[in-house]
Design a protein around this ligand. Structure first.
Ligand code: AHR
Length: 343
């Protein structure tokens, strides 16, 4: 009996212990290592509003006013800016490279969106275009280019000057019956169109018109007065040997026409004349029978220029060379074409 009592006692104690344990609150599990809280999504940067033409600030560093062609380009740039509502800062360098460089520096200081420029000559612009690049301002070469690294400019809008020279050679050779002698009036020394128009013309003559001789080639600086002066001197020097004149632009051809007339000859008949540009005055000279052909080079680049400028200002890209559409005009259609000529 004594051991039965002992056993009962043990069972009682154990059941008390278990019932106490059952009533104890459940142990709280150790907190799991805290999972890294997901970053609250960063508030999306407000989309930068696209610029429109009305927000665009553009600097244009024009060369000057050496020709009706140049005036045509100036008008195209100014008129298009007005029509689109672009804030245009226009500067006229009066044919001086140092003025063009100053204008570009001033546009950089004013933080314009885009700079447009027809560099007067191909060399000497490297430093200033690097400054524009470093300032993050895209430069568009309009009608003329400079010899600078490709990444110093965003685009070139303009003509194929080499092709213009080649076409002028083909036209002049045909007019001369593939034989005879000519003089060549070059544009401004060191200017892109002067270099390329000479190359296109001289290479074509040498390769495919071997019975035509280029007596002499001199710069008439792309203007009428100098073109006339050079033509006078060369007519005096070569006299009747001259059957043809190639002028790198219409203005110099108009000067040469005067020189030929003053020498007692008939321009367009005694001496065939071919030039480049397509100015109104050249069409009139063709109607009058004094100029034979003008190979068009369009200065009406305003619309293409501002379209490219807006794309670039919004961070887009444009073709590196945006070509202009051009034709070749001869005497037979000049009267019909003249009324629609803009420059
Ligand atoms: O750069 C284009 C040339 O410049 C034109 O042919 C000429 O007339 C102008 O001066």
């Amino acid at each position: 009996m004594k051991s039965v009592g002992k056993l009962l006692y043990v069972v009682m104690i154990l059941s008390m212990v278990f019932s106490m344990a059952a009533c104890a609150p459940a142990a709280t599990p150790a907190p799991a290592a805290e999972a890294p809280k997901a970053e609250a999504p960063a508030a999306a940067a407000p989309a930068k509003a696209e610029k429109t033409y009305k927000d665009l600030v553009v600097g244009f560093a024009q060369i000057g006013a050496e020709s009706g062609w140049r005036d045509g380009e100036t008008n195209s740039i100014k008129d298009t800016a007005t029509k689109l509502g672009v804030n245009l800062k226009f500067s006229d360098a009066q044919q001086k490279q140092e003025n063009q460089i100053k204008a570009v520096r001033s546009f950089i200081a004013q933080k314009v969106d885009v700079i447009g420029i027809p560099p007067v000559v191909t060399t000497g612009f490297e430093t200033v275009f690097k400054e524009a690049k470093d300032a993050g301002i895209p430069v568009i070469f309009v009608d003329r280019k400079a010899d600078v690294p490709e990444d110093y400019y965003a685009a070139f809008i303009g003509s194929d000057f080499v092709l213009e020279g080649k076409n002028a050679a083909i036209e002049l050779a045909k007019l001369m019956g593939e034989k005879g002698s000519i003089i060549e009036l070059e544009g401004t020394v060191g200017a892109g169109p002067a270099i390329d128009r000479k190359k296109g013309f001289d290479d074509e003559m040498a390769a495919n018109h071997k019975d035509i001789t280029i007596l002499e080639s001199q710069s008439g600086d792309f203007n009428l007065a100098k073109g006339k002066e050079v033509a006078q001197a060369l007519i005096k020097k070569y006299g009747d040997k001259i059957n043809g004149i190639y002028a790198h632009n219409d203005e110099m051809a108009l000067g040469a026409i005067q020189a030929v007339e003053e020498a007692g000859k008939k321009p367009g008949t005694d001496i065939k004349i071919v030039s480049i540009d397509g100015e109104k005055a050249a069409f009139q000279a063709m109607v009058d029978g004094k100029l034979n052909v003008t190979v068009e080079c369009s200065p009406l680049l305003g619309p293409q220029f501002f379209e490219a400028a807006l794309t670039l200002a919004n961070g887009g890209t444009v073709d590196k060379w945006i070509k202009s559409n051009e034709g070749i005009f001869r005497q037979d259609t000049a009267a019909a074409d003249l009324p629609s000529r803009v420059y």
